[in-house]
Design a protein around this ligand. Structure first.
Ligand code: SF4
Ligand code: SF4
Length: 113
């Protein structure tokens, strides 16, 4: 009557996503727990300097949310140069996290196909 109606919920429940890869990566590289999202890794990233859409800090968020499709696409752009690891003030071994996440993703996909 007034032109209003109840909209469908736009909320996303990340708790429904499978977090197996996150657990595997944390077991192998616990330094990920101390990331404070400062962005120093992103600012110095070689791949990010070439590809404006590549953002390594986002990796942590995607990993924690269990958004594996985006995560895989993002990871494939990493050149494994290790600059991010050198500048991280918290000593997060990002290069190792990328390697572990790639491996865990391959295993996860081969197990779920
Ligand atoms: S530089 Fe280290 S602490 Fe900062 S966002 Fe990157 S991983 Fe996290
Ligand atoms: S290892 Fe990957 S994420 Fe880290 S600086 Fe190099 S290209 Fe960027």
């Amino acid at each position: 009557m007034w032109g209003f109606k109840i909209a469908k919920s736009q909320s996303i429940n990340y708790d429904r996503n499978d977090k197996e890869i996150m657990r595997t990566v944390l077991d192998n590289e616990p330094s990920l727990r101390v990331c404070m999202a400062c962005g120093a890794c992103t600012a110095t990233c070689s791949a990010g300097n070439l590809l404006p859409t590549f953002n390594i800090r986002r990796l942590n968020t995607l990993l924690q949310r269990g958004e594996y499709t985006q995560l895989r696409n993002e990871l494939n752009n990493c050149m494994l140069c290790g600059k991010c690891t050198l500048v991280c003030p918290r000593g997060v071994n990002i290069r190792n996290i990328v390697l572990n996440t790639r491996e865990a993703l391959m295993k996860y996909e081969s197990d779920t196909i």
